[in-house]
Write a protein of this length. Structure first.
Lengths: 762, 156
């Protein structure tokens, strides 16, 4: 494909605003007489509020309102950032109340205050007195399913959901296999740690409408959820998304907006800011599911996997949030990666008295991919095959279809990704060189691969809207319902519109603020769907705008529309290249012609009914210090097949960030709870170890560009995938270096040291 | 004057300012809430993330753990004071050009610290530079392009 704008390394649309501090985020608006909201959080993990006394807090000068669970609607609502379903069977679990008297995790929301300033609000929280009736704390799957377990949500037996499938017959497959390899793996709880905490402000406007300005990935969905929380029609609610300081899935959930709405209502409609502390954002929003795996593969001696089975369980925290979706989706990745005739999957997700697991970059796939790709290396080792050859023999390829959804793979560059990765890391030479090391410092190379969908079809609705207005000077104003949260979607959408319309990107003005009143409907930033799904809406809008432009030219110049094209903002005759008129002259005439005034504005929706798989690999070299248990990542490369790359610089940026997140997941990050009280022990950025600049080596990125026929410009997903494979690749490199199979994340110094002692290396 | 308010005079982005500040307030809160300079961000409020970094007498400091009253008589530069003659500084331009910006929430603090480093006028290895800037957390970029941008300017 010859593109003029797609693929160009266009600088970010919002770079100047951000590098000068002018970009306004949800906490940056100076609304006159803004009040401050603060949440009173429980100091136990499980139980009931027996008594609550807010009288002293209310009496404190400067306090405007104090509310408890007695003051908020007795309505249960869902919080997940999924599209609504008109089918009750597909609706999200409604188990949340704005404030609760049934405490379900350490930090649950019991009461809240509104005060004139932050200091008074904090002082008021200290004056609230609570007495609890405590219940046993449930933190594990075993605890949750025990016969005498207290129910965290009545009537659920603590089960959020189960899911299973079997294709073929795994028992028969295992019986025929030459070798059967079994492992158990375990992943940890981690948190998104977007640099901007969860923050919003809310007020009732002059038309008596509830307005919430929020740091959210899903403004249109949040409007609907607030409506559900108050049983209020959506026309009474407006949600506005300004610049967002990162989301990673925690903001694909309505964590604070209904409460913020309740606070402004309690304050007579005055503006109230709800700006969570870092400590609150870590415990009180969302985390990534910690999952335990039992995984088993039957393989023939020539390296063909003929039966695979995985069973997984998760204690997912106090509320359903996204329900079983981030766990059930792991079954999709499990079956899609390798074409094995007999595959079995089963999962269970239970409630526990812990911070709530929800969506996080990769939506469950980093967990299962860690288990699967670690296991696959162990299987390859068992039969003495090179892990890359073993994968190539078993992995999916173009033309294969998902046995569950029947969706066929129309583009697949996975094998080329592996070849590229091998070349970058110098695989063959190093695998040999590192095979039999002794000594305290050892090196190893490892890899892992993934596949990942573009959007959520056919599980969820995929709908996106775009609006384009041709302005009198020939530039366009574009509005999309899709959400820019830092990933660069606005920049890419402007490239798409410019590409179709034959104009340059500086002729595209895209309003970065999403406003549920004025921007077209779109379900938001998640599932790496926006360039694929929302991009299709942008393309459709631009094509329709172009066709309207040609109709307007025809009316004026009597040239058939099929003979026209636009190049560099000039309307030309396609064959001769002769300029018919400038787009600006036409645009001006559409506004001000006495005869033919009819300004061009298009407003389209596109429903996507396909879901292309993106592919990729991580290759890495590590150095392991046996005596201290330190793992240093020396070199790391991600190679991706995301179809057409829309903007190389932005794409590389997405990959860098995912690699860093994946390395943190592999080596240092773990949210720890007290095993008895359920209190989070490290909910701050000092004790929760994010990778720093010093921890991060140069990050190598390459793309294998395929052309995906279902993508608007041949493109597939890229946002989440880079975070998936670094952890298993590092784990497999450590296996190559030391011969030790690690089965638990993170591989932090303490754990690695202990494992080396256990396996006799120390 | 109430006992929690104190009048201080300091230079802010090149201009002398006299303001009454609550002695309990951090410099970050005074900048953001009282002076409406919201470019400096609040990411942790305890000096862990670097999003609020400003220059005080040329040195980059987390303004969330620096009391506003302490800047009396000092010179403060925030992200709003980094542009030169209405144009992006060389460091800001390098951040734009190298693709060092994603969500932008850590950007202001990093640009301030990188500018302080640049103004020290020392050339340094990439590892030394990374150590200097390791007080800044970023969750979007993996630091790769940030390191390239800063390296490009300080080692030109």
């Amino acid at each position: 494909m010859n593109f003029t704008q797609i693929g160009k390394p266009l600088k970010r649309y919002d770079a100047a605003a951000k590098v000068t501090g002018k970009a306004k985020y949800a906490g940056d608006f100076h609304v006159r007489d803004m009040l401050i909201g603060k949440i009173y959080r429980s100091t136990i993990a499980h139980g009931y509020v027996k008594k609550i006394d807010i009288s002293k807090a209310k009496a404190l000068p400067g306090v405007v309102a104090v509310i408890t669970f007695n003051d908020t609607p007795d309505i249960k609502y869902p919080t997940a950032g999924h599209p609504y379903s008109t089918d009750p069977k597909h609706q999200d679990i409604a188990d949340r109340q704005i404030l609760t008297n049934h405490v379900r995790f350490y930090g649950d929301e019991i009461a809240a205050v509104v005060a004139e300033n932050d200091l008074i609000a904090r002082e008021a929280l200290r004056l609230i007195e609570v007495e609890y009736e405590e219940l046993p704390v449930v933190l594990t799957v075993e605890d949750a399913l025990a016969n005498d377990a207290p129910e965290i949500h009545k009537g659920t037996k603590n089960i959020v959901g189960k899911m299973n499938y079997e294709f073929g017959n795994v028992e028969e497959g295992f019986a025929k296999a030459d070798f059967v390899v079994e492992n158990e793996f375990e992943t940890q709880t981690v948190q998104h740690c977007a640099m901007e905490n969860h923050v919003s402000y809310a007020y009732v406007d002059a038309q008596d409408r509830l307005t919430v300005v929020s740091s959210t990935q899903i403004p249109h969905v949040v409007r609907r959820i607030i409506g559900q929380a108050f049983e209020m029609p959506v026309h009474k609610i407006r949600v506005i998304k300004p610049y967002i300081g990162g989301g990673f899935g925690a903001k694909q959930d309505s964590c604070i907006e209904p409460l913020n709405a309740a606070l402004t209502l309690a304050a007579g409609g005055k503006p109230v800011l709800l700006d969570l502390d870092r400590e609150e954002s870590i415990i009180g929003t969302r985390v990534r599911h910690a999952v335990k795996y039992k995984i088993k593969t039957g393989v023939t001696k020539d390296g063909k996997m003929i039966a695979r089975e995985v069973s997984l369980e998760t204690a997912k925290g106090a509320y359903a949030s996204h329900g079983i979706s981030p766990v059930a989706k792991q079954g999709t990745a499990f079956i899609q990666m390798y074409t094995t005739p007999n595959v079995k999957f089963d999962m269970i997700s239970v409630y526990s008295n812990a911070p709530v697991a929800g969506a996080m970059r990769g939506y469950g796939i980093p967990q299962i991919n860690y288990a699967l790709e670690s296991h696959v290396d162990d299987v390859a080792a068992k039969i003495g095959m090179d892990p890359t050859d073993f994968r190539k023999l078993n992995q999916v390829k173009e033309g294969d279809a998902d046995p569950k959804t029947k969706l066929k793979i129309l583009s697949c560059g996975l094998e080329e990704c592996i070849d590229k990765g091998k070349e970058l890391i110098n695989w063959d030479e190093k695998r040999k060189k590192y095979a039999n090391q002794t000594g305290d410092i050892r090196r190893g190379v490892g890899m892992a691969e993934f596949c990942y969908g573009s959007g959520t079809y056919p599980v969820c609705l995929e709908i996106a809207g775009a609006r384009i207005v041709l302005r009198p000077d020939g530039s366009i104003l574009m509005q999309v319902g899709a959400t820019e949260i830092g990933q660069g979607s606005d920049t890419v959408f402007s490239q798409m519109a410019a590409e179709v319309l034959g104009i340059s990107t500086d002729q595209v003005y895209l309003e970065s603020t999403t406003d549920s009143d004025t921007t077209p409907f779109d379900t938001g930033a998640y599932a790496s769907r926006q360039t694929y799904v929302s991009g299709a809406a942008v393309k459709k809008a631009a094509l329709e705008c172009k066709s309207r432009i040609f109709e307007a030219v025809k009316k004026r110049k009597e040239i058939a529309v099929e003979k026209l094209d636009i190049k560099d903002s000039q309307i030309i005759e396609k064959n001769s290249g002769k300029v018919v008129m400038s787009l600006a002259d036409l645009a001006m005439d559409t506004y001000y012609s006495r005869e033919n005034s009819n300004p061009i504005s298009v407003d389209v929706y596109n429903q996507t009914k396909s879901n292309a798989l993106a592919f990729g690999v991580t290759f890495t070299e590590v150095e392991v210090d046996i005596k201290t248990g330190t793992i240093d990542v020396i070199e790391i490369y991600n190679v991706h097949d995301s179809g057409t790359i829309m903007n190389r610089q932005l794409a590389e940026g997405q990959v860098h960030g995912g690699m860093s997140m994946g390395m943190g997941y592999a080596l240092t990050e773990e949210l720890k709870l007290h095993p008895e009280t359920g209190k989070t022990l490290n909910n701050n950025l000092l004790d929760y170890k994010l990778p720093t600049m010093m921890d991060t080596p140069d990050l190598g990125v390459e793309f294998v560009e395929t052309y995906e026929p279902t993508g608007p410009f041949g493109n597939k997903s890229l946002g989440e995938p880079p975070a998936i494979t670094p952890a298993p690749a590092i784990r497999n490199a450590v296996l190559n270096a030391t011969g030790v199979s690690f089965t638990r994340l993170p591989m932090n110094t303490q754990r690695v040291f202990e494992k080396f002692k256990e396996t006799g290396l120390i | 004057m109430s006992d929690v308010l104190k009048k201080i005079t300091f230079t802010l982005n090149g201009k002398e300012r006299t303001v009454e500040v609550d002695v309990r307030k951090s410099l970050l809160d005074v900048l953001r809430d009282d002076l409406e300079l919201t470019g400096s961000k609040k990411g942790c409020e305890v000096g862990e993330c670097g999003a609020c970094a400003v220059m005080i007498n040329g040195e980059s400091i987390d303004s969330c753990i620096y009391l506003a009253v302490w800047v009396d008589g000092k010179e403060v530069r925030t992200i709003e004071g980094i542009e030169k003659d209405g144009k992006l500084s060389e460091m800001q331009q390098a951040f734009v050009d190298e693709g060092a910006i994603q969500c932008g929430f850590c950007t202001a603090g990093l640009v301030v610290s990188a500018t302080a480093l640049e103004e020290r006028g020392e050339k340094m290895s990439k590892d030394e530079m990374k150590k200097e800037l390791s007080g800044h957390l970023c969750r979007c970029t993996g630091y790769h392009n940030i390191a390239s941008a800063v390296d490009k300017v300080i080692n030109k």
